[in-house]
Design a protein around this ligand. Structure first.
Ligand code: ATP
Length: 360
C-alpha cells in the first residue's frame, strides 16, 4: 500500500495560481476527498498526483518513490506511477466491447487468464454491467460509460486510486448505490484513494478525511464529523452543511469579563482577550424555537416553513437578520408566528470577525 506526501506544491497557469504552496500527507489506505467550490484547484492537485500536470514547485512522494521534485528535476510519467485513475471523461476504446475495455487494463498488467476472467465477471457484476458486456461504448448511456471506466479501474486493483467526480453522470439512485460499492471496494482492497468532488454528501459519507480548498489553498483537513462540528474558519463553516450554518456577527458589550450579546446569545468573554467583534456559528439543528413569548430574548417572526421529508426547515427574520432552523417533520410552527430562540451553547463555534478564524 502507499502513503502519499505532497510538499509545498505550486502550480501556475500564466498569471493564475491554481495551487499555492499546498502540503498534505495522505495515509496508506485512506479515503481522502478533495472538496471545494469550482476553480479552487481540486482537479489540478489530482492531475499533479497523476503526473498529467507538471507543477512549478514542490515535491510529490508516492510510496517510497519521489515522483515529482522541482529541486531535482524529477518528473515520473503517469504510466510509471502505479496508479489507477478515473476522470470525468472516460477515455474508453470505441472499437472494444465493454468486456474488452475492462480487460484491457488487466492485459497491460499481464494478469493470468483465469484470475483475469474471474475478476472481470466480478467487477462487471459489481457495477451492474454484466448483461451489457458485449456492447460498444457508442451503444451505452453516459452513466453506463462511466461505470465501464470505474470497472476498468477496479479490475486492476492498483495501490492508489485517483478519481475525479467519477459518479457525476449517474442518476441519484445509482449514484447512491455506487457510493456504497466504491466504499466497499476501497476498504476491501485497502487502496489509498484521492477523490475529487463538489458533492458534499459524497465527501461526508465516503471519506476518512476531507480536504476543503479555496483559491488554490487548503482551508481545513479533518474527518467529516469534525469538519461539520468544528469548522476552523467561517469559509469552511459556510461551505459545509445544507441548509447553511447561521453566522451572526456580535459586538462585545463591556469588554473583558462581561458578555457578548445581541439580546439572544450570551457568550462569556475571557476566551479571546482583545477580540472586539465575533461571529457566532450555529447549525440549524442547534437552535431551539419556543412559542412561549415569556422566554428571554428578542422576538423573531417565522417567514417560511419548508417541510422536507423527515425534517422541516424554518426561516426566521428579525430586522435584517435571517436565521434558519431545522426541526422535526411534525412541527406545529406556522408562517407569520412570533417565536423565541435559544442556542445550545456547547455546539456553537465562535470566530474572530476580523480574521474569520475559530477562537473557541
Ligand atoms: P471544478 O470543480 O470546476 O472542476 P477545480 O476545483 O477542479 O474546479 P481546477 O480545474 O483545478 O479547479 O482549476 C483551478 C484554477 O486553475 C482555475 O482558476 C482554473 O481556471 C485554472 N486552470 C485549470 N486548468 C487550466 C489550464 N489548463 N489553463 C489555464 N488555467 C487553468
Amino acid at each position: 500500500m502507499a502513503k502519499i506526501t505532497v510538499r509545498n506544491l505550486t502550480k501556475r497557469y500564466g498569471s493564475a495560481t491554481a495551487l499555492n504552496n499546498v502540503s498534505l500527507e495522505i495515509e496508506s489506505g485512506e479515503f481522502l476527498v478533495l472538496l471545494g467550490p469550482s476553480g479552487c484547484g481540486k482537479t489540478t492537485l489530482l492531475r499533479c498526483l497523476a503526473g498529467l500536470e507538471t507543477p512549478d514547485e514542490g515535491e510529490i512522494i508516492i510510496g517510497d518513490h519521489v515522483v515529482f521534485s522541482s529541486k531535482n528535476n524529477t518528473m515520473v510519467p503517469p504510466g510509471k506511477r502505479n496508479l489507477g485513475m478515473v476522470f470525468q471523461s472516460y477515455a474508453l476504446w470505441p472499437h472494444m466491447s465493454v468486456r474488452d475495455n475492462v480487460k484491457f487494463g488487466l492485459d497491460v498488467l499481464k494478469t493470468p487468464k483465469g484470475v483475469a476472467d474471474e475478476r472481470l465477471d466480478q467487477v462487471l457484476d459489481d457495477v451492474g454491467l454484466a448483461h451489457l458486456d458485449g456492447r460498444y461504448p457508442s451503444e451505452l448511456s453516459g452513466g453506463q460509460q462511466q461505470r465501464v471506466a470505474l470497472a476498468r479501474l477496479l479490475a486492476t486493483q492498483p495501490p492508489v486510486f485517483l478519481m475525479d467526480e467519477p459518479l457525476s453522470n449517474l442518476d441519484a439512485r445509482l449514484r447512491m448505490d455506487m457510493r456504497v460499492e466504491l466504499k466497499r471496494f476501497q476498504s476491501d482492497t485497502g487502496a489509498t484513494t484521492v477523490y475529487v468532488t463538489h458533492d458534499q454528501t459524497e465527501a461526508m459519507t465516503m471519506s476518512t478525511r476531507v480536504v476543503v480548498m479555496k483559491d488554490g489553498e487548503i482551508q481545513q483537513i479533518s474527518p467529516p464529523d469534525q469538519l461539520y462540528r468544528q469548522p476552523e474558519n467561517t469559509f469552511v463553516a459556510d461551505f459545509i452543511g445544507m441548509p447553511r450554518i447561521n453566522l451572526v456577527e456580535l459586538d462585545t458589550v463591556d469588554g473583558r469579563g462581561t458578555c457578548f450579546s445581541n439580546g439572544d446569545i450570551q457568550i462569556e468573554t475571557g476566551w479571546a482577550p482583545g477580540v472586539q467583534k465575533v461571529i457566532i456559528g450555529a447549525r440549524p439543528e442547534d437552535i431551539t424555537l419556543s412559542a412561549d413569548l415569556n422566554t428571554p430574548g428578542e422576538d423573531y417572526q417565522i417567514s417560511a416553513v419548508l417541510p422536507n421529508g423527515p425534517e422541516t426547515i424554518i426561516q426566521l427574520m428579525r430586522g435584517q437578520t435571517v436565521m434558519i432552523v431545522r426541526v422535526g417533520h411534525d412541527t406545529e410552527f406556522a408562517t407569520n408566528q412570533t417565536v423565541k430562540l435559544s442556542f445550545k451553547r456547547q455546539s456553537l463555534n465562535i470566530y474572530d470577525a476580523q480574521t474569520g478564524v475559530l477562537v473557541t
